[in-house]
Design a protein around this ligand. Structure first.
Ligand code: ADP
Ligand code: TRP
Length: 324
């Protein structure tokens, strides 16, 4: 049986931190054998936030290098840039004509902007429609995303169903995949790890940066020999991801008052570096050979265009703009 198709993307809006990694991009690597994967860089979505050409270029390359450094294999996965497939914006227009304004007014990102009295451009308002076009143009079966994106997948499904109802069976109805048990990772200050809070550990931080950041993780002031609750400790939240092998032993030492926060941090630094070192190594190779990334994106573009143009042709027939 043919493999099901998986599609997902990340907005190029800065460095990728370990919250993005465990919450989103790691899943792509875990799935690359099971599904036919299309993974892209959502550069047109980022234009809402980033209106500085130099920064956008750098951030696009950053995401591409991240994908490759964490182990996505371009022989198995179609890696491409959203803007290299302009047909997707054409499909988004077609979907605009089917999408009730009311549905977009209920979208979380739009509501949040309104609540904060922030100016809203059409790009932010129509963000979910472009996302629907991203997903449906490749006839994706499964879309791995973080919890915060589930509403967008619901809107995508609504748009696909509406199109099928109005114009006849055309689109597969995709399903979201939310990774089980990925906690919302906390940052150094105990709030959600986020680029916007400046509290992140980034995937390519150097060992020196990791040391500095881990040492700054906020804890309570319990002394080394006091029992501690691992479940409420910000350091332990990271052990769950980086110290799997010794997790039970570390938890026990917490409960028995046999570990200081200082020692817990030292163990974490060592395990983090072990985990991240292969990523850093591959990243360095890519930094030294920038053409590799461009070639891979060019190859991905060709394959993505093939699939997208098939879908868009069918859509144009269905809506009646292709004259036979
Ligand atoms: P940020 O808040 O840093 O700007 P984004 O909103 O760009 O991150 O999120 C990109 C992806 O990473 C989303 O799928 C999101 O669910 C996931 N993600 C972001 N922050 C975290 C976190 N702290 N823990 C787990 N997943 C996260
Ligand atoms: N909106 C997603 C995010 O902010 C990025 C994205 C754009 C996406 N298009 C997509 C994710 C299509 C999955 C499928 O993280």
């Amino acid at each position: 049986m043919a493999k099901q198709r998986l599609l997902s993307g990340v907005k190029p809006t800065g460095k990728i931190h370990i919250g993005n990694y465990f919450g989103a991009v790691k899943q792509f690597v875990d799935f690359q054998d099971k599904y036919e994967c299309f993974i892209f860089i959502a550069d047109y979505h980022a234009l809402n936030q980033i209106q500085d050409p130099q920064k956008l270029k750098e951030d696009i390359i950053e995401v591409a290098k991240t994908y490759l450094s964490i182990g996505l294999d371009p022989k198995k996965v179609v890696l491409f840039k959203q803007s290299d497939v302009p047909l997707v914006t054409e499909l988004a227009w077609i979907f605009n004509c089917l999408t009730p304004i009311g549905e977009l007014k209920r979208a979380h990102a739009y509501k949040a902007a309104i609540a904060k009295n922030k100016p809203v451009n059409m790009g932010l308002f129509c963000y979910p429609v472009l996302m629907a076009a991203d997903i449906l143009i490749y006839q994706a079966d499964i879309v791995p995303v973080g919890e915060d994106q589930t509403q967008h997948i619901e809107i995508t499904r609504d748009i696909a169903k509406k199109f099928n109802r109005v114009f006849g069976e055309t689109f597969k109805i995709p399903r979201a995949y939310i990774p089980p048990e990925v906690p919302l990772l906390v940052g150094l200050d105990g709030r959600k790890m986020s680029k916007s809070y400046n509290n992140s550990i980034d995937l390519f931080d150097s060992p020196e940066q990791i040391r500095k950041k881990v040492m700054s993780i906020v804890t309570d002031s319990r002394s080394p020999d006091e029992p501690k609750d691992p479940e409420t400790c910000n350091i332990f939240a990271f052990h769950k991801l980086f110290s799997q092998k010794d997790l039970d032993a570390i938890a026990q030492r917490y409960r028995q008052g046999k570990i200081s926060y200082k020692e817990s941090k030292e163990i974490l630094i060592e395990n983090m570096n072990k985990y991240l070192e292969p990523f850093r190594k591959r990243r360095k190779e890519l930094d030294e050979n920038p053409d590799i990334v461009k070639k891979i994106l060019e190859k991905g573009k060709q394959r993505a265009l093939e699939v997208a143009s098939q879908t868009l042709n069918l859509v144009k027939k269905k809506i009646g703009v292709l004259l036979d």
